[in-house]
Design a protein. Structure first.
Length: 522
């Protein structure tokens, strides 16, 4: 299994370790590194890098595991193109990989405080791995006993709750008429409480992940509420309902994809080299407010509706080109065996997604096991961008409420706002559940939303996300976390000095930051 480790920009020898998983299933965690929370993003040319000042290694060492085997640079040494996986197998692989990381690859971290984190289908990976680690710590088989928490972003933790909550979210975001909503209430729900109605009874699935309305009248009424642009004809990004890529000559809308699986956004297909160079120049020549005196209209980003020059519209192709470069693969110590199998790095591997077997449609049993078996204090962070339609905040909130009820955890405060920046801008809302288990361990679950973010919170709301995660990993023992605090991240960022690397620009990041880049093969 392949990994990359970006050391902390603060105190790498003492700062905690944060392990990161992307989801899918079948998506590489290097997508998370280069498209979301890592110290560098890839330029439009697919050959050079630029700094992400909101990287999560501000005050933590971040370990990216490409899981399961068959994803990214992780490969089976005996079976080329390996793509068979399920939840139990992935959990076992992740446990072995992390055990080998502490024992063999980087033993200096064996006594370091560490946390798990990830997004999307990692909502299954992380509870299962957390359960196995807690068991391993209790029986002495896991090498690092300083496991203090797990963070899950927009997690795929309970399939039915996500589907039912999406129907509600969609109804109140104007995706159906009031007349059809009334029909659903009377003809399908028969006047029952819509908050607790099971919409899934009118759906079909062939993989227990992706659902569509069945052929009944109710199924047809419900389909617009649970659709995630499956036919690529609704004109929205399922990962962020308010995110758009406008220039069709450069960007293409996301093609069909399933729950938890990244869409493929093509920046280069069908675009002439002249057009690409012109667009790249317009992206690269932005000079900030120095241009204001000339014509402010020239500063308007007409490619998308974001503030990062449409990075989400074209980043997957740029990252793919970068990570398939021979120079980069040499710098990352990618084995010749991987290359001999005629592999190429892709953000999300369709074959893995198609072959993957979802084993657990909800993760209640794993949360229950964790909370029951913990012998030391532990904290969960469940965070959600509030405009994601793939793994929505409401479904995850209902799941966590159920976990809390099952384990005697209570909340003494209502959901309260948290803020970002010196200007105290609303960043979202947070509520905590807490209690003690039979072993006397204090358990806290922070349930947090990130305002305006979609599925990929570290990209959509970069500043608030790094403030959030830094406060989480540096929380005082048993104390409520002030997610508004700037004690662990200064929002008044300063960019690093540019480094002239000459012809070695593709590997400049190896020297620009303190980072360890190695392979871990199982």
């Amino acid at each position: 299994m392949h990994y990359m480790l970006t050391e902390s920009r603060s105190n790498p020898d003492t700062d905690p370790l944060l392990v990161w998983f992307n989801g899918g299933p079948g998506c590489s965690s290097l997508g998370g590194l280069f498209e979301e929370l890592g110290p560098f993003y890839v330029n439009f040319d697919g050959e050079t890098l630029y700094e992400n000042p909101y990287a999560w290694n501000a005050k933590a060492n971040v370990l990216y595991l490409e899981s399961p085997i068959g994803v990214g640079y992780s490969y089976d040494t005996t079976t080329p193109g390996y793509s068979q996986a399920n939840d139990d197998q992935s959990a076992a692989q992740n446990l072995l990989a992390l055990t080998n990381f502490f024992n063999v690859a980087q033993p200096k971290y064996v006594n370091r405080t560490f946390y798990l984190s990830g997004e999307s289908y990692a909502g299954i990976y992380i509870p299962m791995l957390t359960d196995l680690i807690v068991q391993g710590i209790n029986n002495g088989s896991f090498p690092n006993k300083n496991f203090q928490g797990s963070a899950i972003g927009n997690g795929f933790m309970d399939v039915k709750k996500l589907l039912n909550a999406l129907a509600l979210w969609s109804a109140y975001h104007g995706r159906v008429s009031l007349q059809n909503w009334d029909k659903i209430k009377t003809k399908c729900a028969f006047g029952t409480d819509m908050d607790n109605f099971d919409f899934s009874q009118y759906t079909l699935t062939n993989n227990s992940i992706d659902y569509i309305g069945d052929n009944s009248e109710c199924g047809k009424l419900i389909q617009p509420l649970i659709s995630q642009n499956a036919n690529n004809d609704e004109g929205f990004d399922q990962y962020n309902f308010y995110q758009e890529c406008y220039d069709k000559s450069v960007f293409q809308a996301p093609p069909p994809s399933g729950a938890g699986k990244r869409a493929k956004r093509s920046a280069f297909s069908g675009v002439s080299s002249v057009k690409k160079n012109l667009q790249y120049a317009s992206l690269g020549n932005f000079q900030g407010t120095s241009n204001l005196a000339k014509n402010t209209a020239t500063l308007v980003n007409r490619f998308s509706n974001d503030n990062q020059f449409s990075y989400f519209c074209w980043n997957e192709d740029a990252v793919g080109k970068y990570l398939n470069s021979d120079k980069v693969q040499t710098a990352l110590n990618i084995p010749q065996d991987w290359k001999n199998q005629k592999n190429s790095w892709v953000d999300c591997r369709q074959k893995m997604y198609d072959d993957y077997k979802l084993t657990y449609s909800d993760t209640n049993q794993f949360f229950n096991n964790i909370i029951k078996n913990l012998k030391t204090d532990f904290r969960f962070l469940i965070y959600n961008g509030d405009v994601d339609t793939v793994c929505n905040y409401l479904g995850d909130a209902k799941h966590i409420r159920n976990v809390a009820r099952n384990n005697g955890l209570t909340t003494e405060t209502d959901r309260v706002p948290w803020y970002y920046s010196d200007n105290k801008q609303l960043a979202g809302y947070v509520q905590s559940y807490s209690g003690k288990n039979a072993n006397g361990a204090n358990i806290i679950i922070d349930l947090l939303t990130v305002k305006g973010a979609g599925h990929m919170v570290p990209y959509d709301r970069a500043g608030p996300s790094v403030q959030m995660i830094s406060n989480f990993v540096w929380a005082a023992k048993n104390a409520p976390i002030d997610y508004t605090s700037q004690a662990n991240f200064n929002p008044n960022i300063q960019l690093s000095d540019m480094i002239d690397t000459g012809s070695s620009s593709t590997t400049s990041f190896l020297f620009a930051v303190s980072a360890v880049l190695l392979n871990l093969i199982l």
